[in-house]
Design a protein around this ligand. Structure first.
Ligand code: DHK
Length: 154
């Protein structure tokens, strides 16, 4: 059986992980995060499509493309979390389980980071646990999609 595909999508400035404000975001690079996700996905029997973009439109297109292709979406929308109704609408439109990840605890930070549009489409949110939040999100996603997968068993 082909492993279920989970899209792991990353928004603006996450390409700078490791260099960008390491006291807040840590020293792991985006490549390190991808390796972590690949390792955990393999353990869970999932396939991942791990991507990053600085463009809002591209992120929305990637979300749209998940329909009929992916079993779930893990997304760190970064700066688009609190600004993009277009991203929210795309996440609602695809009708897939969505887990929102933030490396930092956005609720302990500036007020403008608190109001996540993406949360209105998210099944769950992981925030403040560093890049391990991606691994936790994958584990939670495996549980979320398990009943649907089990129905396919003989
Ligand atoms: C990443 C960003 O780039 C910020 O815009 C968010 C998020 C927080 C994170 O913690 O991963 O406010």
């Amino acid at each position: 059986m082909t492993p279920p595909l989970i899209a792991v999508l990353n928004g603006p400035n996450l390409n700078l992980l490791g260099i960008r404000e390491p006291a807040k975001y840590g020293t792991a690079t985006l490549d390190d995060v991808e390796s972590l996700c690949a390792e955990v996905a393999e353990e869970l029997g999932l396939a991942i499509d791990f991507r990053q973009t600085n463009g809002e439109g591209e992120l929305i297109t990637w979300v749209q493309e998940c329909r009929g292709r992916a079993a779930g979406i893990i997304i760190n929308p970064a700066g688009y979390t609190t600004t993009s109704i277009g991203l929210l609408d795309a996440l609602i439109a695809v009708e897939l389980p969505v887990i929102e990840v933030h490396i930092t605890n956005i609720h302990r930070r500036e007020e403008f980071r608190h109001n996540s549009y993406v949360s209105k489409a998210a099944t769950g949110v992981v925030a403040g646990l560093g890049v391990q939040g991606y691994a936790l999100a994958l584990r939670a996603m495996a549980q979320l999609i398990a009943p649907a997968e089990a129905e396919d068993l003989p």
